[in-house]
Design a protein around this ligand. Structure first.
Ligand code: GCO
Ligand code: MG
Length: 403
C-alpha cells in the first residue's frame, strides 16, 4: 500500500479549510482535516514543504510508525501547527485503512460501544431573552443538550454570540483581526442570571452547558462555578486560560460544577496533570488539533483511568472531515461524554460530502468503509482562500486579554 500522491487542498466555502488527501498506488484515497483557524497556511506549508516528501513511497498501512516518524523525527515536538499536520496524515491513513479493510473506522477501533453520539448545540442571543428563546428552538429540534451564550449588558460584543442565527463563525475576513472589549465584572454579575432564566423557562429536563472562553482568573471562575451550582450545568467550559494546569486546582476546591477544558491543547502532555489529578471532568481535545485518531485515543484512554469523560471540540472551523473522524472515536471509547456539534453551512457540506447524520439529539457515523467523508476537489477549487483572523480581546483600559 505505497503512498503515491499527497495533496494539500485549501478552500473557503464561507470559511477556510485545509484538507490533506493521500492516494495509494492501488488508488485508495484518504482525507484528513488540517484546519487551524486564523493560521491555516502555516499548516498547509508544513504539510506541503516538509511532510509530503517524507510520505511519498511510504507504506500507508504503517500508521503507528508514520506517526512516530513525523513526531519524533522532526525533533521539534508538539505545538498546534505540528500536531495539526500530523493529525491530518493520521486521519487520512485511518480512512485508507478502513477502506482497505472494507470496514468503517469504528470497527477497526473495536466496534460501537453505544448506539449514537450525544451532541450539544449552540444557542446564543444578543440579549438574555433572545438566548433563552434560542434554547427553546434547539429543544424543539430534538437536542438533548444545549450550550447557552448571551450578549452581556454593557458590552458591545462577546464570545459566542453569532452574527447569523445558525452558523456561528468568530473569524472575520480581512487583513487585521477584529477587536472586542471585555469587562469581567459585567459578565460575572450577568452569567448566573442567564442560567436562572434558562432553567426557569425550560426546566431541568436537558443538559445545559456554557463556555467562558478562557476569560477568568481561578478565583473568579470558582465564584462563577459556585453561583452556577443551583442550575446544575453539564459543564462550565474553559473557565481560565489553559496554560497553567495547576490553576484548575483552586477552582476545584470551591465548586462541584463540572469543568471541561482542552480545545486548545494538542498533546497528552498539555493535559496529563489535569487528568491524573482529577482537576477536570471532561477533556475537549479533538482529532484535528491533537495528533489525529492515534494520539487522541491515548488521551482518552488516560482520561478513562481517572474518570474523566470525553467532550470533543466540534466548532465549525473544524471541517466535516474532523467531525466524521471524531464520531468514529466517540462511538467506540468507553468514557465518551458528549460531542460538540455546530452544523456547517450548505456550501461547506457540499464541498465535504459525508454520511454522518443528526437524529434525535445524536450524531450517527456512516457505515461505509473508512471515515465516510470526502472532499469534492472541483467544487473546493471554486472557493479560493481568504485571509481571516479570530478576534483580539481587550479590557476597557486597552489591556490585551484572552479572547
Ligand atoms: C467552542 C470553541 C470555539 C472556538 C473556535 C476558535 O467551544 O466551540 O470555543 O467557538 O472559539 O473554535 O476557532
Ligand atoms: Mg470553547
Amino acid at each position: 500500500m505505497k503512498i503515491a500522491d499527497v495533496r494539500v487542498i485549501v478552500t473557503c466555502p464561507g470559511r477556510n479549510f485545509v484538507t490533506l488527501k493521500i492516494t495509494t498506488e492501488s488508488g485508495l484515497t484518504g482525507v484528513g482535516d488540517a484546519t487551524l483557524n486564523g493560521r491555516e497556511l502555516a499548516v498547509a506549508s508544513y504539510l506541503n514543504d516538509h511532510v509530503r516528501p517524507l510520505l511519498l513511497g511510504r507504506d500507508a498501512s504503517q500508521i503507528n510508525d508514520i506517526w512516530q516518524y513525523l513526531y519524533k523525527g522532526a525533533y521539534w515536538r508538539r505545538g498546534p501547527v505540528t500536531m495539526t499536520a500530523i493529525a491530518a496524515v493520521d486521519t487520512a491513513l485511518w480512512d485508507i485503512k478502513g477502506k482497505a479493510a472494507g470496514m468503517p473506522v469504528y470497527q477497526l477501533l473495536g466496534g460501537k460501544a453505544r448506539e449514537g453520539v450525544l451532541v450539544y448545540g449552540h444557542a446564543n442571543g444578543a440579549t438574555l431573552d433572545e438566548a433563552v428563546a434560542e434554547v427553546g428552538r434547539f429543544l424543539d429540534r430534538g437536542y438533548r443538550a444545549v450550550r447557552v451564550q448571551s450578549g452581556v449588558p454593557g458590552l458591545a460584543a462577546t464570545y459566542g454570540v453569532g452574527k447569523g442565527r445558525d452558523f456561528y463563525e468568530p473569524a472575520t475576513a480581512g487583513t487585521r483581526p477584529e477587536e472586542t472589549v471585555w469587562a469581567t465584572e459585567k459578565y460575572l454579575d450577568f452569567a448566573p442570571k442567564l442560567f436562572d432564566a434558562v432553567r426557569e423557562a425550560h426546566g431541568f429536563g436537558f443538559h445545559l452547558l456554557h463556555d467562558v472562553h478562557h476569560r477568568l482568573t481561578p478565583i473568579e471562575a470558582a465564584r462563577l462555578g459556585k453561583a452556577a451550582e443551583p442550575y446544575r450545568l453539564f459543564w462550565l467550559e474553559d473557565p481560565i486560560s489553559e496554560e497553567l494546569q495547576e490553576g484548575f486546582r483552586l477552582i476545584r476546591r470551591h465548586t462541584v460544577t463540572p469543568i471541561a477544558v482542552g480545545e486548545v491543547y494538542n498533546s497528552i502532555w498539555d493535559c496529563h496533570r489535569l487528568i491524573t489529578e482529577q482537576l477536570i471532568d471532561y477533556i475537549r481535545t479533538t482529532v484535528v488539533h491533537a495528533g489525529g485518531i492515534t494520539h487522541l485515543r491515548r488521551i482518552f484512554d488516560l482520561a478513562a483511568l481517572y474518570h474523566v469523560k470525553t467532550g470533543s471540540h466540534g466548532a465549525t472551523d473544524l471541517s466535516p472531515v474532523c467531525m466524521a473522524a471524531a464520531l468514529h472515536l466517540d462511538i467506540s471509547v468507553p468514557n465518551f461524554g458528549i460531542q460538540e456539534y455546530m452544523p456547517h453551512t450548505p456550501e461547506t457540506d457540499a464541498v465535504f460530502p459525508h454520511s454522518y447524520r443528526f437524529e434525535d439529539g445524536m450524531l450517527i457515523p456512516g457505515d461505509e468503509p473508512g471515515l465516510g467523508v470526502d472532499i469534492d476537489e472541483e467544487l473546493a477549487a471554486r472557493y479560493p482562500y481568504r485571509q481571516a483572523y479570530l478576534p483580539v480581546n481587550r479590557l476597557e483600559d486597552g489591556t490585551v486579554h484572552d479572547w
